[in-house]
Design a protein around this ligand. Structure first.
Ligand code: PMP
Length: 408
């Protein structure tokens, strides 16, 4: 007799919710002796743990402060933190804004979910790069979009071609999503010219531009490129005329577990996000926001310097090891920052099939690239993260991986 299922009849959107392939590969990290380039998570040794410990204790020990720290709070987020972020946006990213342009989210991942919820009706088009951040696809998928490909540099297709394709699919182009600095998974940075082109395309399509800046602080070399938000403000005269929804996070510089990110946008857009935030979870943790505000105020610049020095040295170790060991035909990117090197095997080879051998024979893990594409391409690509292993481990791991690739 077959077992009766207890599962309810799900909504149509549930069919597009799939487990991330990356989660599966992350399980590989826990094997002893394995060198993992799969992760893409910050090095916990860099978290300002002592400052957090001291600040949590101090806030909770003060009766007046602990009462509000443990209480319900406003959906837009803790005001001093929003003011701190607004000041940082101006000083670091030339985004002139006030606390009223800022809403706190539970990590930038929640911002991506909210963006899908606010903008995408079933069948609407989201423009994404190929490859793109898998978490953005997972967030948007629940709202049943159609995807179209956004070229990173030259936009050869006319706005009309994008609009017609969206129309034929029964919707309109609602947003263009980009990670302009040190993207996940490619590590690539968009040129200033490409950013302006993207803003022009968005004007022609009358769609939102979602700027995901998860890695922006992690620059090891080269010159900073102006943010999409700052370029848009310069073009339109004010943040209130900007179509950019700018998302940031404390995850990569401070600590991801506190789940604190932000959206910066024109006030009417922010007010919409506040309504969505209220419906989703009322507000992000008050105590965590209060502590993040104090710890960020005291340590953000030293944290940036620390993560840049540490990851920069590991990026250098990885690029040197790749050049020393990889067989002919394997190619890789030269990122100026972030957490990833993006690589490809010769055309026709399958990075997903080879990862099993890499793990069992060489005790090395990486993430096959296909999951990052919405069009089923990219079978020969893969992502290498350099944030967790030490430089000697990187040298050893890349040499071991190269031996597997050399025997294909
Ligand atoms: N955007 C990008 C491009 C990311 O790589 C990540 C994390 N991997 C996020 C957003 C989400 O990060 P968080 O929710 O911790 O801010």
């Amino acid at each position: 007799m077959s077992e009766a299922t207890a599962e309810p009849r799900y909504a149509a959107r549930a069919s597009r919710m799939r487990a991330s392939e990356i989660r599966e590969y992350l399980k590989l990290i826990d094997q002893p002796g394995l060198i993992s380039f799969a992760g893409g998570i910050p090095d916990p040794a860099l978290f300002p743990a002592a400052a957090f410990a001291e600040t949590y204790a101090r806030v909770l020990a003060d009766p007046a402060r602990s009462r509000s720290a443990l209480q319900y709070s406003v959906s837009e987020g803790y005001l001093p933190l929003r003011q701190w972020i607004a000041a940082r946006m101006l000083s670091d990213r030339t985004i002139a804004c006030t606390a009223d342009n800022v809403v706190i989210t539970s990590g930038s991942q929640q911002a991506l979910d909210f963006i899908g919820k606010l903008l995408i009706s079933t069948g609407d088009t989201a423009l994404v790069t190929a490859p793109t951040y898998l978490g953005a696809l997972m967030a948007f998928n629940a709202y049943e979009p159609r995807y179209d490909t956004l070229p990173l540099d030259a936009t050869n297709r006319t706005p009309a071609a994008y609009a017609d394709a969206a129309d034929r699919a029964g919707g309109t182009v609602k947003l263009a999503y980009a990670v302009p600095d040190f993207a996940n998974p490619t590590g690539a940075t968009m040129s200033a010219a490409a950013r302006v082109k993207l803003l022009e395309l968005a004007d022609a399509l009358d769609c939102a531009v979602v700027e995901d800046t998860a890695y922006t602080e992690l620059r090891f070399s080269g010159e900073a490129v102006p943010s999409l938000a700052s370029l848009e403000i310069a073009r339109k005269g004010s943040i209130e005329a900007s179509r950019v929804i700018h998302c940031g996070t404390f995850s990569k510089v401070m600590a991801p577990a506190l789940r604190i990110g932000w959206i910066v946008a024109a006030k009417p857009i922010v007010r919409r996000f506040v309504l969505v935030k209220q419906a989703a979870d009322l507000h992000s943790g008050t105590l965590d926001q209060m502590v993040m505000h104090e710890v960020a105020d005291a340590t953000f610049d030293t944290q940036i310097a620390k993560v840049r020095a540490s990851y920069g040295a590991r990026r250098d170790a990885m690029l040197a090891a790749l050049a020393r060991h990889m067989p002919k035909g394997v190619r890789w990117s030269q990122p100026d920052g972030g957490m990833f090197v993006w690589a490809s095997l010769p055309e026709g080879q399958d990075a997903a099939a080879l990862v099993q051998r890499a793990v069992s024979e060489a005790r090395v893990a990486y993430v096959p690239g296909r999951a990052f594409f919405t069009d089923g391409t990219g079978a020969n690509t893969f992502r290498l993260s350099f944030t967790l292993p030490t430089p000697p481990e990187i040298e050893d791991g890349i040499a071991r991986l190269a031996r597997v690739f050399a025997t294909v």
